[in-house]
Design a protein around this ligand. Structure first.
Ligand SMILES: Nc1ncnc2c1ncn2[C@@H]1O[C@H](COP(=O)(O)OP(=O)(O)O)[C@@H](O)[C@H]1O
Ligand SMILES: [Mg+2]
Length: 378
């Protein structure tokens, strides 16, 4: 079966589209494409907060749905496969809020899947997180289940590190009877992106070059590492709701203002690399090799710091495993959609904390089956 995965993460940098072929217990990436998010939509999404009017939220739901629908149809054309062979489209949507604490347990992704199903005329699956939440889980991270399915090594403990806006790790022991562990480690690129945006008006720090022009500040780093999230035991997941410039100011406002902005950037890079490395050290003693995916895999400075801090674990990118780092998350969404239509539970209770494995995602059917009759005609 062919499946499409549509993904846009917390970075809001692009919509990622993967066309994937599933056969037996394997899959192949047939096509991968990134589509820009129009500036106006991007800023409206970034501006969402607790007081955003409901009408505006619905506009965003429709706007993201329409954009994802366009991305899917253009990717199908560019890929050249027969649309009739595509069994399902999976759409993650754009997260506006992720609140996994037991008292709230909610997560909101917008991007009306009805519009995607209608535009593509392909069955679409969306809302992947909330059945796990209903079953007592955090609905996140979703990726470890796919990483375990696709990347597990028969011989050694392997770690997959996804560095998007937020970073998450999957610890994959070699034997299938051992449970997979996975959680969000904290900030990936998000603080680096937000800080350079504020000071240089750029979307991201190319290869960490600006960070490399400064020096990490020990006092600032210690203040940021005092965040309780870093020491909390898994299951745990987080988002930009926690890690943002307001968080930075709250923990270290005075130090922050006294430092050259490039030193702050250097410290933030150290924070990302250091919190990932210490999560691996604490929770993956047996790790032999780690493979990075997500946009952070392109940041040469960040990759070099992680390789230093994680020695003797060998650090590479998922390119070494045959999958481009940018495509992994969209492939994961295609896999989730495929699991849903195949009736296969795709959450890992050992990762999310759910009571049991559940079917993830709601199905949107664009067309009536030929034999179906309307209630009136019965
Ligand atoms: N060449 C690069 N140098 C440094 N950072 C990069 C580079 N390419 C991408 N990135 C980072 O990756 C981010 C996008 O990563 P992505 O995995 O798409 O995150 P998300 O899942 O949150 O959308 C960008 O915002 C940027 O911070
Ligand atoms: Mg992205």
């Amino acid at each position: 079966m062919l499946a499409i995965g549509l993904m846009s993460g917390t970075s809001l940098d692009a919509v990622d589209v993967a066309v994937v072929e599933f056969a037996g217990d394997g899959c192949d990436l047939l096509h991968y494409q990134q589509f820009p998010i129009p500036d106006s939509l991007q800023s409206a999404l970034k501006a969402v907060g607790p007081h955003t009017p409901i009408g505006q939220m619905l506009d965003l739901d429709a706007g993201v749905g329409a954009l994802f629908a366009l991305c899917a149809t253009e990717a199908i054309q560019a890929c050249g496969v027969d649309p009739a062979k595509i069994g399902v489209v999976g759409s993650h949507g754009q997260t506006l809020l992720h609140s996994p604490q037991p008292a709230t347990r909610n997560s909101l992704q917008v991007g009306d899947a009805n519009r995607i199903a209608w535009a593509t005329r392909i069955r679409t699956v969306s809302d992947f997180r909330r059945m796990d939440m209903a079953a007592g889980g955090q609905g996140a991270p979703l990726a470890p289940a796919f990483h375990a399915w696709r990347f597990r090594s028969p011989q050694v403990t392997r770690v997959i590190i996804n560095i998007g806006g937020i970073a998450n790790i999957s610890i994959l022991p070699p034997r299938s009877e051992k449970a997979v562990c996975g959680f969000d480690t904290g900030p990936g690129n998000t603080l680096l992106d937000q800080w350079i945006q504020r000071h240089q008006g750029m979307h991201f720090d190319h290869h960490g070059e600006w960070a490399a022009s400064g020096s990490p500040n020990t006092e600032l780093l210690a203040a940021l590492k005092s965040e309780t999230y870093f020491g909390a035991a898994p299951p745990k997941s987080t988002g930009r709701d926690l890690f943002n410039l307001g968080w930075l100011e709250k923990l270290a406002g005075a130090v922050l203002n006294a430092l050259p902005p490039a030193d702050v950037q250097a410290t933030l890079l150290e924070l990302t690399a250091g919190t990932i490395a210490s999560a691996v050290e604490t929770h993956a003693h047996a790790a032999v090799e780690a493979f990075v995916c997500g946009g952070g895999a392109h940041n040469k400075r960040l990759m070099a710091r992680m390789a230093d801090l994680m020695t003797p674990v060998k650090v590479g990118s998922t390119d070494d495993l045959g999958i481009p780092p940018d495509a992994v998350e969209a492939m994961m969404i295609a896999w989730l959609a495929w699991c849903r239509v195949e009736g296969v539970p795709a959450n890992l209770p050992s990762v999310t904390g759910a009571e049991r494995p559940v079917l993830m995602g709601a199905i949107y059917e664009p067309l009536q089956k030929p034999q179906a009759t309307s209630p009136k005609e019965k």
